[in-house]
Design a binder for this molecule. Structure first.
Ligand code: KG4
Length: 337
């Protein structure tokens, strides 16, 4: 089965073609990072305009690289939300146009299901599992008893992890997106700044990162006022240690409580080396921990095609050209139960 995936929820225009949800024939990604870098973050209107410039070129390149014809596609899958509405609409309309022209079935895919199913490309997803989803807009702990069964057990009460990384990077003077830059510096420093570990201690699996972010900002401002130099490497190492410790401990706690042996990590922040290292260091061999390769961690259409392949198999829905884009979208609405 040849599946076409289309992703445009933020600042990446991406089109992929996958065979049977696994074999990636092409995964073309046009990133706008260079365009948004000077603004220190994604400017929604600029992002949607660039998707319009890029989308047909990315479609063309995806078909050339996969060496297949549009007529060969069996199913079209497109991110329908959540995300920036102007950006989403470009991908949704391009995918619908393709489906209409070539008379192909089309389904809308939830962006977070895409991140989770990035793990199905290189590995076999084994159930039940606990998914830690960490991206620029989301931080969630999800229990999946089977394919396309999503139960959100915990989520952030304020900032998403990626957002906290990006804000900390800005304070430290690192370029956008901050995650990779903070991750790199963290490996050159030590956890000496004694930053808070926020566990909430309310028996929930929720997260909060705004206090940690404020602690970093206050530390830098206080040091500036006193003329004390802040060691960037140590600050990044301290921030990363605090974030990864809480994420990893809460994930293991949930897995233990649910009696689950399989853990998948997903979303842009799953590219974080510190997070991977801590998961591996704290795994006593009990858990099967799956983290995608970096190319499938951040936004890409291969993960949307993979998720769409399984969605089509397990969550029977009508193919419908009235498909629309939604800035907010509930993952549990895409669940079989
Ligand atoms: O999943 P993604 O590409 O887009 C969203 O759907 O949000 O995630 C982007 C986020 C950004 O906040 C970026 O700083 C973060 O992922 N990120 C990282 C790393 N690589 C990307 N955060 C920490 N460490 C990294 N290595």
């Amino acid at each position: 089965m040849l599946v076409l995936g289309v992703e445009s929820s933020c600042d990446e225009t991406s089109v992929a073609i996958l065979r049977d949800g696994k074999e990636v024939l092409s995964n073309v990604i046009n990133s706008q990072i260079k365009i948004h870098e000077k603004f220190g973050g994604v400017v929604p209107e600029v992002a949607s305009r660039n998707h319009v410039y890029q989308v047909s070129l990315v479609f063309k390149q995806a078909f050339e690289e996969a060496n297949v014809k549009p007529e060969d596609i069996d199913l079209v899958c497109v991110t329908m939300g959540p995300g920036l509405i102007g950006s989403l609409l470009v991908g949704v309309n391009a995918a619908k146009t393709f489906a209409l022209m070539y008379k192909k079935p089309i389904i809308g895919v939830h962006h977070l299901a895409g991140h989770i199913y990035a793990n199905a490309i290189e590995n076999e997803m084994k159930f039940p599992l606990v998914a830690l989803l960490v991206s620029g807009g989301n931080t969630e702990l999800i229990y999946m008893k089977d394919h396309f069964s999503f139960e959100i057990v915990g989520e952030t009460l304020d900032d998403a992890v990626g957002e906290a990384y990006d804000k900390v990077a800005r304070v430290v003077g690192l370029p956008y997106p901050g995650g990779p830059a903070v991750d790199k510096l963290a490996h050159q420093g030590h956890d000496v700044y004694n930053l808070p570990r926020v566990y909430l201690n309310d028996g929930s699996y929720n997260f909060s990162f705004s206090g940690l972010k404020s602690a970093v900002i206050n530390l830098v401002h206080n040091n500036n006022q006193r003329g004390v130099e802040t060691n960037k490497e140590d600050l990044c190492a301290s921030f990363q240690a605090s974030v990864s410790e809480v994420l990893v401990n809460k994930t293991f706690d949930l897995a233990k409580q649910m009696g689950v042996k399989n853990i998948v990590v997903a979303g842009g922040v799953s590219a974080n080396k510190g997070l991977k290292e801590r998961f591996n260091a704290q795994n006593d061999g009990t858990y099967n921990i799956c983290i995608p390769s970096i190319k499938y961690c951040t936004d890409n259409a291969a993960m949307i095609a993979a998720a769409g392949y399984y969605q089509n198999k397990y969550l029977k829905r009508d193919f419908d050209l009235s498909l629309n884009a939604y800035a907010s979208l509930d993952l549990e609405d895409f669940s079989t139960k």
